[in-house]
Design a protein around this ligand. Structure first.
Ligand code: AMP
Length: 413
């Protein structure tokens, strides 16, 4: 199927072709025709599936003939975070290059008077985080009676970050006659309940992320007692080249903070990133990680979604993920763009069934490695100061991470 065959006008189909979109992804194949028919949609699709274009392209087609008037957007896209709103806005710009369509991204932390001025001139699509949209509405700078299409992007993350009361409030400002598209990486009973209150007979779509893992990622598991996980973690981290950006995944938000603090106490330059942090701290944490101001990011699946940091060479699954698809997502942070990466997962006795499910999903057995934990005591003196990447690195550390782990007898494959 081509983009024209699923209902896009030739102009838009040509624009996306120029961006290198040869054919629609599965979520686009299903969602675009339904959205163009005016249906409400509840879609289960994760980042990387092409979900943004799946809601943005039909939204552009639907609203493109309505005239943008001051303070009266025709479509509203709600995103849980500033980064996601910016990403959607950037996509909008590339899909509408050469047209008169206008969008604005209104997120907290930016000067509100500038946003007010742009709204006054007139925009077609408002892309917003919930808090700032409410601010502008309550100041009378925004009228929502003209809205035809509403999108909630990453609804599960919106829920996780505690934004649902704000989203409820926004929906009370919106016209009843509208089309509502909801996208979420997971569809929990709570998401279903939210869908029922905002949508009318939505078409449900489920697209799972590809289960294929990149060949550039060297995957391994280490069987460990729960109590010894932190010791094993420090051993792996000390053996990895100290400049290499590393991401550690935990299953629970509360463990993220505890683990990051424990690593800091042991001299590692580590920071926590989770959904309970306010937007500003999350942005700062991510920005600092991107810039290389610290080496290790400890996070959860939800908080890490959408993080696009290049050059991550090591991913550690401190816990086996609850959903097997998340394993593919987690380790996909490394081994990007043809570069090599290492992914190590700690597995306790109680988690072997989950490991089997992952292996059956990715259709391969993950090799077991041995980490000599007895050797650890003499190594416990911090070898790394919490100064980020600015320190001098011994030349022997500037080698391939796998070779390095092997040399230190960490990996006995
Ligand atoms: P998303 O899931 O929306 O975060 O999109 C993931 C990436 O896929 C983005 O870089 C998009 O530009 C890209 N993309 C979206 N749709 C297509 C397509 N049909 N063909 C190729 N790339 C696409």
């Amino acid at each position: 199927m081509s983009f024209s065959e699923i209902g896009l006008t030739s102009e838009l189909a040509e624009t996306v072709a120029k961006l290198g979109y040869d054919c629609p992804t599965p979520i686009q194949n299903t969602a675009i025709p339904l959205a163009l028919q005016g249906k409400d949609i509840l879609a289960c699709a994760q980042t990387g599936t092409g979900k943004t274009a799946a809601f943005l392209l039909p939204t552009i087609e639907i609203i493109k003939h309505s005239r943008s008037r001051h303070r009266l957007p025709s479509a509203v896209i709600l995103a849980p975070t500033r980064e996601l709103a910016t990403q959607v806005y950037d996509n909008f710009l590339s899909y509408t290059a050469g047209t008169n369509l206008k969008a604005i991204s209104v997120v907290g932390g930016e000067i509100i008077s500038i946003q007010e001025r742009i709204l006054k001139k007139g925009v077609d699509i408002l892309i917003a985080t919930p808090g700032r949209l409410i601010d502008l509405f309550e100041r009378g700078k925004l009228i929502l009676t003209n809205v035809k299409v509403v999108v909630i992007d990453e609804a599960d993350r919106m829920l996780d970050m505690g934004f649902m009361p704000e989203v409820d409030k926004i929906f009370s400002f919106l016209p009843r006659l509208r089309q509502t598209l909801m996208f979420s990486a997971t569809i929990s009973p709570e998401i279903k309940r939210i869908s029922q209150s905002y949508q009318i007979l939505p078409c449900e779509i489920k697209i799972s992320r590809s289960a294929k893992t990149a060949e550039t990622i060297e995957q391994s598991v280490f069987y460990v007692e729960e109590m010894q996980k932190r010791v094993a973690l420090r051993k792996v981290l000390r053996s990895h080249p100290s400049v290499e950006p590393t991401v550690i995944f935990c299953n629970k938000k509360k463990d993220v903070d505890i683990l990051a603090k424990s690593l800091q106490r042991h001299g590692f330059s580590a920071q926590a990133l989770h959904g309970d942090m306010d937007q500003r701290s999350r942005n700062e944490t991510l920005e600092n990680f991107r810039k290389g101001n610290y080496r290790i990011l400890v996070t959860t699946d939800v908080a890490a979604r959408g993080i696009d940091v290049s050059g991550i060479t090591l991913v550690i699954n401190f816990d086996v993920p609850v959903h097997e698809e998340d394993y593919v997502h987690r380790i996909g942070r490394t081994g990007r763009a043809g570069k090599n990466g290492v992914a190590i997962m700690f597995v306790t006795k109680g988690e072997t069934k989950k490991l089997k499910r992952i292996e059956s999903l990715i259709k391969q057995d993950i090799k077991e490695i041995q980490i000599d934990l007895n050797e650890i005591m003499e190594e416990e003196e911090p070898t790394e100061k919490v100064v980020g990447f600015g320190k001098i690195i011994p030349p022997f550390m500037l080698i391939d991470p796998l070779k390095f782990l092997a040399q230190r007898s960490l990996i006995k494959a």
